[in-house]
Design a protein around this ligand. Structure first.
Ligand SMILES: [Zn+2]
Length: 374
């Protein structure tokens, strides 16, 4: 069949329209696709520690892909609120721990330091028998036993409209340090931490049973914020409290003013022993009795009764979270922070030869490793 000859002007015009349509289609498709993908070009933390936000909050798989992370360590977590054992990825667990243990608005490098400390603490605990109160679990979510932990539901309830932003910050701090742990002499450290040191951290044997070489008292000059709290008791309440717990002290309203005195203090300023009439109690016992934030306190008598002036918050051993925040604000990165608070340690990848071997015995937990921190 003979083809009909086309008019060249019409052919050129039709081709131009077709080309324009193709370009439009391409631009439309590109716009749709770019709207869906995570902006991986901008969400890595910058040198200044600022991060752009992925919206909505990325899944752990997004983060694994972004940080090119393929390893996974499964752990058994006992959720004490839901009363159930949950099988979980280690890094996912650490995101929940950092969310609960440190305010998400703290400096990004402080969050990273917390992530490494929490990961190390977790793996060290697992290598030393796991959770002490739940034999089937590696760790539990009770801050009085292991470490605090937030589920996604809890994060959403706590953070509300800031959920996506805060989750991003914490998850990126965790995945930015994925697999990194603290080792001393080639073995995992018992990476204890606390909220605020009051300016000086403490030797481990002054709080727990064992002297560990990497848990030495160091100065912590940039506590941000510095915690200073007063605990006041009028004389009647004070005498009642002491008589109920330590009747052997012989403390009465008549002798109480002469009966209470700090006997010995450590170099850090934390109270070692407090005299209560005819008996002597430790600084830790005094902290429990009077509900003080730490054992770094002085006493002052007023017309009404006694005031304990307390510095710091927590046991004072290892990393100070507020001290880490202060260092980060002054330009320290997470490695500098960790190497400051844990004496003589190095940062290694978990899973490398020797890292998972058993380290020296854990310090005895004499009054709860972690007090609920405010
Ligand atoms: Zn536990």
């Amino acid at each position: 069949m003979k083809r009909k000859k086309q008019n060249p002007v019409i052919v050129i015009a039709l081709s131009a329209v077709l080309f324009a349509l193709c370009v439009l289609l391409f631009l439309l498709l590109r716009a749709i696709l770019s709207g869906r993908e995570i902006r991986t070009d901008s969400c890595k933390p910058s040198a200044a520690g600022e991060i752009a936000v992925m919206t909505p909050a990325p899944t752990l798989l997004d983060l694994y892909a972004y940080f090119d992370w393929t390893e996974t360590t499964r752990i058994k977590v006992y959720d004490h609120r839901a009363d159930k054992l949950v099988d979980m990825d280690l890094e996912e667990y650490i995101v929940g721990v950092v969310s609960a243990e440190m305010p998400a608005y703290y400096s990004f490098e402080a969050l990273k330091a917390q992530a490494v400390a929490s990961r190390t603490y977790t793996l060290y605990s697992m290598a030393h028998g796991g959770c002490h109160t739940n034999p089937d679990a590696d760790v539990c979510t009770n801050s009085k036993c292991c470490q605090a932990f937030s589920t996604h539901e809890r994060m959403q309830n706590t953070w509300k409209n800031d959920y996506a932003d805060n989750y991003n910050r914490v998850a990126q701090a965790v995945m930015g340090t994925a697999g990194e742990v603290l080792v001393y002499d080639g073995k995992l450290c018992d990476a204890l931490y606390h909220a605020c040191s009051g300016g000086q951290t403490e030797d481990s044997e002054h709080v727990y049973a064992n002297a560990l070489p990497y848990l030495r008292g160091v100065s912590s000059p940039y506590e941000d914020p510095m915690r200073e709290d007063d605990a006041a008791f009028d004389t009647d309440a004070l005498v009642e409290l002491i008589a109920a717990k330590y009747p052997e002290s012989g403390i009465t309203k008549d002798n109480v003013r002469d009966g209470i005195a700090i006997e010995k203090a450590y170099e850090s300023g934390r109270v070692e022993t407090l005299r209560l009439g005819k008996t002597t109690i430790t600084g830790k016992q005094a902290r429990n009795l009077f509900g003080l934030r730490s054992t770094m306190f002085t006493v002052e008598w007023t017309g009404k009764g006694i005031v304990f002036h307390v510095k710091g918050y927590g046991h004072g051993v290892g990393l100070s979270q507020n001290g880490a925040n202060g260092m980060a604000k002054r330009g320290s990165d997470y490695r500098e922070i960790l190497l400051h608070y844990y004496t003589g340690v190095s940062i290694a990848d978990y899973g490398a030869d020797g890292i998972t071997e058993k380290a020296s015995p854990a310090p005895q937990n004499t009054d709860g490793l972690f007090v609920p921190e405010g």
